[in-house]
Design a protein around this ligand. Structure first.
Ligand SMILES: [Zn+2]
Length: 71
């Protein structure tokens, strides 16, 4: 079987690739999280960009503050 002949050659390759794949996967997870944390929304009323954590959501629109949301 050809597969059994190339298997010893594949094992070091797999061992070599696992840390690279794992590293990229962790990086991917971290990047996803970072991007989500850095999300900015434009205020529907005044156009100011506000961070996701302080944005006021009302009727499907994003506002920078309660002042803009109620005005
Ligand atoms: Zn505003």
């Amino acid at each position: 079987m050809v597969f059994l002949k190339i298997l010893p050659l594949l094992i070091p390759l797999i061992i070599f690739l696992i840390p690279i794949i794992a590293k990229n996967y962790i990086k991917f997870l971290f990047t996803e999280k970072t991007n989500r944390n850095d999300l900015m929304f434009e205020c529907y009323k005044c156009g100011t960009y506000s961070h996701e954590s302080i944005v006021v959501k009302k009727e499907g629109k994003n506002f920078c503050s309660n002042k803009c949301a109620s005005a």
